[in-house]
Structure formats: C-alpha cells, structure tokens
Design a binder for this molecule. Structure first.
Ligand code: ZN
Length: 236
C-alpha cells in the first residue's frame, strides 16, 4: 500500500508518521531524508542532486521520482510506504502515480491530510519564547511562565527567535497552503483524500487515521484509480 501524508507545518505530521509506520508496518519515506542520505553516501543520484543544488537549481521531478522508486524497491519497503514531502504539485502527483504503477503495478491508495485550522497552526508555531540566561523554553498557551514575559528561574526577559515569530509562521503557512491546496483539491476530486481532524489529542488523530485506512477495500491501489485519466479520456 502506498500512502501520501500531507499536513502543514505544525500539524503534527512528523509525530503521526513515526507512530503510524510502527502501527501499520509500512516504511516512512521522507524525500528530504532520502536526499540527504543519497548526498551523504555519494550515490549516483546523490551526486546528480548535489550538482543541481550547487548550481542553485531545483532537482528535477524525474530525479526525485527515480530516487524514490529506487528506495521503494528495497526490502524495507516491501509492505509499501508512507510518502512524506513529495509530491508537492499536481504534475509530480501524476508522475509519481505513473511510476508506481509501472514499477509495482499499484498506484497511490490514499492521501492522508492532517487538517488543522490556520489560527491553531499559528498558535502552535509562534507561541515559543526562550530565556536568554538559562535557555528554558516557554509557550504562550501550552507552557506559559508564571509572570508574563519573565523566566520562572531568574526572572530574565524572555525573547522570541525569528523562526518562532508570528510573521515568520504566517509566511511559512502561506507558502505551504499556496503550494499544497491545489494538490489537496486534486486528490479530493479523485476520491483519494482522507481528511483527518488534527485538532485532537495525538492518540485520537492516530486512531482516526488507522480507522480510515482499515476501511479501504483490499487491493484498492491496484484497481481503477488512475490519476490524470480524466484529462486523457476527455481528449480521446
Ligand atoms: Zn531563565
């Protein structure tokens, strides 16, 4: 079974990926991790990717897909995989699905989308404050200091790193949603999207995902789902 995991920064995607792969016994395949590994080990794909990166260019979709297919062919992925970080565009989604069907006679079964409201995401991403003296982290909502803006230990004035500022979080989320919303809509149109409420305790989110996955008919990915088919059949 091949699954895709989608979720904005702060939605808890990493946590769920970790728990899920353990529970449903499929490999977690992060395209970012794969790249770093290939580059570190100096594999042919790693060297090729490094070349693009050195020239300040994007690594072409074909190279990313080749790298993913190579990894999916290893024994670690014999039960399938939970893909994370790829695809990001509709074009990539089609190309990935096609490559999966060609290599493994099985396309994407489902796309898990962990949905969290923008307000909640902003709160999660931007509420962090740190003590400059003892480095204790605080969170406005989840873990506030006893006195607002002051460290509990020695009373130092707390500060916010640029990454934790609201404006930075807003920009990150805007970039994410601009890029990903078309993909989410696309998978929804194809009946592949499992929308999971991410504003629940971590264990409940996991349970909802597992329940939704259990409801998928056997061999679903091997059957009729052909992404991109609609356009082709229209032309024909
Ligand atoms: Zn302190």
């Amino acid at each position: 079974m091949y699954l895709i995991l989608l979720g904005a920064p702060g939605a808890g995607k990493g946590t769920q990926a970790h728990v899920l792969t353990d529970l449903i016994k499929i490999a977690h395949v992060s395209s970012g991790d794969l790249f770093r590994e290939n580059i570190k080990n100096g594999t042919p794909i790693g060297i090729e990717a490094q070349g693009y990166i050195n020239r300040g260019e994007l690594v072409p979709d074909e190279t990313v897909i080749e790298m993913i297919m190579e990894h999916l062919s290893t024994p670690a992925c014999r039960n399938g995989a939970l893909l994370d970080g790829f695809p990001r565009t509709i074009y990539q989604a089609d190309a990935l699905n096609e490559a999966l069907r060609e290599h493994f006679k099985e396309g994407i079964s489902r796309v898990i989308y962990i949905k969290v409201d923008t307000d909640e995401l902003l709160q999660r991403l931007s509420g962090r404050w740190i003590c400059p003296v003892c480095q204790t982290p605080y969170h406005e909502i989840n873990n506030p200091p006893r006195v607002k803006g002051k460290c509990d230990q020695e009373g130092a004035e707390l500060y916010q790193r640029d990454d934790d500022k609201r404006s930075t979080a807003e920009r990150r989320l805007q970039v994410y949603f601009n890029q990903t919303m078309p993909l989410i809509d696309y998978y929804k149109e194809h009946g592949l999207l499992l929308e999971i409420n991410g504003q629940q305790p971590v264990e409940k989110v996991t349970r909802d995902i597992v329940t939704a996955l259990e409801a998928i008919p056997a061999n679903e990915g091997k059957k009729s789902i052909m992404l991109g088919e609609t356009e082709e059949s229209l032309v024909a």
